[in-house]
Design a protein around this ligand. Structure first.
Ligand code: GDP
Length: 529
């Protein structure tokens, strides 16, 4: 076997998604502890904005710092190299998470046993389903009173549109929580009441009717467990790796991240079943990881912490071949050759310059403004990976220059912040006024603050009441389109890539427009072709 194939088979690159507070940070930390990548709990910083305080700039700055630090966490476990890509839970940063999901090969969805399926989980899972990303579900906080396991499985199926397949089952819950029956490994793990933090040794059984089970967890609980396992067998499909890989079946595990319970089982099953780096579609062909020539794409750009040097770090997911330091690579969009003397690899607690990286890995490339989100890098071949879509923003404001002497700085600052994907820029066709669209209100503060501190430019905003940005697909020569353009003149704009966008002030307008102009298609996502 070639060295490249060996490296590929070792790698698992995934993201953990959840609604804030479900336990993503805690689970990440426990996974790193198992991998020996960190020595103590508390080493992984939460990337949350705790108060949701929009005016607290220090908080925003801290957020940026932390999110560089925790963007990629790598560790080794059972001879595998595991890369966890961080996905911010805060809804104002959802766009960042959507983009990160283009770089993972699978995800783990964390759900709080008491709260069940929450809003942010629904949105993120929907994105994963659109992309057929394999998903594992971890139901967390079993040490607390929560919903009945079967009700929760129903909820997961209904709200998230998943087909679940439980691979573990809790025995009791909250104060009666005794442990977990691991269906995948066919054993029971006891949760020791007197030492909540401690995991009891797994007790193995070949047969669920073994009377030892009654001795261990009590007759009543054993009877209940057998009935529930029967129910699982008759109601849920058996695990099938192919279906899981296609995104058609989602295994479910139960546990408590805080108490380190059920986490090893999750990790072991993850290593057994989660996909290694996968082929990726480009505009010309399917690119396979084992191809010897390097290809990769930028899914995230981060301004560095030092605002005096306009240095940025572009996060590149390697799709194929070996990425080498100081080798010439082609930035396809610009047709420009680039060489990187200090590419970074990421570990749990540090980043380091590396000579070589492999498919599934993320390298951080220093850049002073050449890269855009979605850019493809290759060994010379002119191919582009399918772009990273933008979703319609939910907030819109006019942006005005507040210092006429700094117009250039402002333009440059806006340009670069948009390349980083902080927000979306629309330019009105009619009068060239610039509109910033964001997913959350917090972004406006981030932009204003960064424009001032990194580019020396000042801006103000003016409110604009818009509902959605719709990307327009139409035959621009048709009479129908011309009539549409004439009537909607005031609401037409261009996005950063010069695509035509219709800014709709209500869902009613969208509905009426579609009825009147059936051949002018309106899309809520920028990548529709
Ligand atoms: P995130 O927002 O999804 O990253 O959530 P965190 O990992 O920060 O967890 C949110 C809160 O839930 C923290 O106070 C954790 O200590 C707590 N938590 C996480 N896992 C568990 C668990 O298994 N049981 C209990 N009781 N609390 C937990």
């Amino acid at each position: 076997m070639s060295d490249l194939i060996k490296e590929i088979e070792k790698r698992k690159t995934f993201g953990i998604i959840s609604h804030p507070d479900a336990g993503k940070t805690t689970l990440t930390e426990k996974l790193l502890l198992f991998g020996g990548a960190i020595q103590e709990a508390g080493a992984v910083k939460s990337n949350k904005i705790k108060k949701g305080a929009t005016s607290d700039f220090m908080e925003i700055e801290r957020q940026r710092g932390i999110s560089v630090a925790t963007s990629v966490l790598a560790f080794e476990y059972r001879d595998h190299k595991i890369n966890i890509l961080d996905t911010p839970g805060h809804k104002d940063f959802a766009e960042d998470t959507y983009r990160t999901l283009t770089a993972v090969d699978s995800v783990i969805v964390v759900i709080d046993v008491a709260k069940g399926v929450e809003e942010q989980t629904e949105k993120l899972v929907q994105v994963c389903r659109m992309r057929n990303i394999p998903m594992l579900v971890f139901i967390n906080k079993l040490d607390r009173e929560g919903k009945d396991a079967f009700d929760l499985l129903d909820e997961v199926e209904q709200k998230l549109g998943l087909t679940v397949c439980p691979l573990s089952l809790p025995i009791g819950m909250g104060s009666d929580f005794q442990g977990i029956y691991n269906i995948w490994e066919n054993n029971i793990q006891l949760f020791l009441e007197e030492k909540k933090q401690k995991v009891g040794d797994a007790i193995k059984f070949d047969d669920i009717n073994d009377s030892k089970i009654d001795d261990v967890i009590g007759e009543k609980a054993a009877k209940n467990l057998r009935e529930e396992l029967d129910l699982i067998q008759s109601v849920y499909p058996e695990f099938n790796r192919e279906d899981y890989m296609k995104g058609d079946l989602q295994p479910v595990f139960f546990g408590s991240a805080l108490n380190n319970f059920g986490v090893r089982e999750l990790l072991d099953a993850f290593i057994d079943i989660a996909p290694m780096p996968q082929p990726k579609e480009s505009d010309t062909r399917l690119v396979k990881p084992e191809e010897s020539t390097f290809t990769g794409f930028v899914f995230k750009i981060h301004a560095n912490m030092d605002p005096k040097h306009r240095d940025r770090l572009a996060f590149v997911k390697i799709v194929s071949g070996t990425f080498k330091r100081n080798e010439n690579y082609l930035l396809v969009r610009e047709g420009k050759k680039m060489k990187f003397s200090s590419p970074n690899a990421f570990f749990a607690d540090k980043k380091e310059v590396v000579d070589e990286s492999f498919p599934g890995d993320i390298v951080g490339l220093h850049d002073t403004g050449s890269f855009r989100i979605g850019d493809t890098l290759t060994g010379g071949e002119k191919l582009s990976f399918k772009g990273i879509p933008s979703f319609s923003p939910e907030h819109f404001r006019y942006i005005n220059n507040n210092d006429p002497l700094k117009a250039k700085q402002l333009a440059k600052g806006i340009d670069q912040l948009m390349d980083e994907g902080v927000a979306q820029l629309f330019t009105l066709e009619m009068n060239n006024r610039k509109i910033i669209g964001t997913v959350g209100a917090l972004q406006y503060e981030v932009i204003q603050y960064r424009l001032e501190h990194e580019y020396g430019a000042k801006c103000t905003y003016e409110p604009l009441s818009m509902h959605k940005a719709c990307w327009v697909e139409a035959d621009e020569k048709s009479e129908e389109f011309k009539e549409f353009a004439r009537l909607k003149q005031r609401f037409l704009a261009r996005d950063k890539y010069n695509q035509l966008v219709f800014l709709a002030d209500s869902s009613f307008t969208i509905h009426m427009t579609q009825e009147k102009f059936p051949n002018v298609k309106l899309h809520f996502i920028s990548e529709f072709r």
